[in-house]
Design a protein around this ligand. Structure first.
Ligand code: FDA
Length: 396
């Protein structure tokens, strides 16, 4: 469809991780590509990701790290574009990186390095990026799609929707991708905030608020999903990797179960301590295993007093259960305002797992976070953005 200046082979809506990856891939195939974004900068979420150092992939990523109503959908694309493939790309650009937790790769210097890789690739592939562009309407026409923008009507053979989810509206997130999906008759599964801190009921919030900033390793579970990672107390509630991970499985009204001393044989420890040092207190035991401020606050919260010699075997069993299975019923989550991702979205049952195209509209594609595929914390979400972007870029 090359020819007039407003006619493109491929228009991609969204200059984020998935859209830019798709643009470079399609551009290298010789397609005339335009990426549109309403924001004033491309890849804003890449820049803020990983605390400014972008956890750009995870070497141990497998389909088990993703939530979806249709869990097999993501397998094909993830297999065809692996963490190793993205690593080779950043290596070719000389980006310095480091492995933080197992498999999690972060830029050593700045998330800008990853964005620059994508922008350079787009430039080399001849893909054009147009920012600050408001999209008013998308129309299906005989030989493709028309995109009506504030600055004119553009047309394309293939349209790729890569406008992400609802998280962090201040960074330009909108529900536009879902609107487009509905407009073209697709089912959109209910969305909710994922990888998001929990808020607490007023009483517990007040008790824990002075501990804001304290972190400790825990094992948390909800709906049989266990995560052994640090928990962080904040002035609003509970956060840190453990809570973010489990939040994606949590539903309003659910309890989360927290083992505060993972790997520690708490009951045996306490029985042995009572025998060897009957005068020692629970506060002393907790001080050895938890950050001091947290140990003290937790002790007060539970009202544990006196030496261990005053505790019966049953008391000790109960204390061990409280420490190993501290049950908290969050009031809610902080919502899209601080969530890293949006769960739910475009139902993948209507998309090709090979190309990301709508099954009965082969020139309309949905990629990245807008679809119902959401990764765990730790670089999996970007890996999905890269893999789905490449899959669509090879076809669009
Ligand atoms: P993305 O949101 O990146 O891009 C969508 C683009 O579409 C945006 O540029 C937006 O402006 C544009 N757009 C939206 N509506 C539009 C409209 N109506 N018109 C035109 N343009 C429109 N993941 C990970 O793997 N490792 C990490 O370290 C982190 N860290 C992290 C930190 C924080 C604070 C957040 C919020 C998120 C993360 N993530 C992450 C998640 C990761 O950022 C996310 O999964 C990807 O950016 C999704 O890529 P997409 O391209 O699908 O959407």
């Amino acid at each position: 469809m090359a020819g007039s200046s407003s006619a493109y082979d491929v228009i991609i809506i969204g200059a984020g991780a998935a859209g830019l990856m798709c643009a470079a891939t399609a551009g290298y195939r010789g397609r005339r590509v335009l990426v549109l974004d309403h924001a004033n900068k491309p890849g804003k979420k890449i820049l803020m990701s990983g605390g400014g150092r972008c956890n750009f992939t995870n070497l141990n990523s497998t389909p088990a790290n993703f939530l979806s109503d249709n869990p097999h959908y993501c397998i094909s694309a993830l297999k065809r574009y692996t963490p190793q493939d993205f690593l080779e790309l950043v290596d070719r650009h000389g980006v310095e990186y480091e492995e933080k937790a197992a498999g999690q790769l972060f830029c050593r210097n700045s998330a800008k390095d990853v964005l620059n890789v994508l922008l350079t690739e787009c430039e080399w592939a001849g893909a054009e990026i147009r920012l600050k562009t408001q999209i008013q309407k998308v129309r299906e026409v005989n030989d493709g799609y028309q995109v009506v923008t504030g600055s004119g009507v553009l047309s394309c053979e293939s349209l790729v929707v890569a406008c992400g989810g609802l998280s962090i509206p201040t960074m330009g997130a909108t529900g536009f991708g879902y609107e487009l999906a509905r407009k073209f008759g697709l089912n959109v599964l209910p969305t909710r905030a994922g990888l998001v801190p929990f808020t607490l009921q007023p009483e517990l919030k007040q008790q824990l608020a002075p501990l804001s900033g304290v972190s400790c390793p825990v094992d948390v579970h909800c709906h049989n999903q266990h995560f052994r990672e640090p928990m962080l107390m904040t002035h609003r509630g509970l956060s840190g990797p453990a809570m973010l991970q489990v939040s994606s499985y949590w539903r309003p009204g659910d309890e989360v179960h927290i083992n505060l001393l993972p790997g520690q044989p708490i009951q045996e420890d306490l029985l042995a301590l009572r025998k060897q040092k009957p005068q020692s207190t629970l506060a002393q035991y907790l001080n050895q295993h938890l950050p001091k401020r947290f140990a003290q606050a937790f002790n007060e919260l539970q009202g544990w007093q006196g030496p261990l010699q005053g505790c019966s075997n049953q008391d000790i069993e109960q204390i061990a259960d409280t420490l190993g299975n501290w049950t908290v019923k969050p009031a809610g989550t902080e919502g899209y305002r601080t969530a890293e991702v949006t769960l739910g979205g475009v139902d993948t049952r209507q998309l090709s797992s090979k190309t990301m195209a709508v099954l009965d509209r082969p020139n309309l594609f949905f990629i990245g976070e807008v679809v119902d595929v959401t990764g765990h914390l730790g670089g999996h979400n970007f890996q999905w953005a890269w893999a789905s972007g490449v899959a669509a870029g090879n076809e669009a």
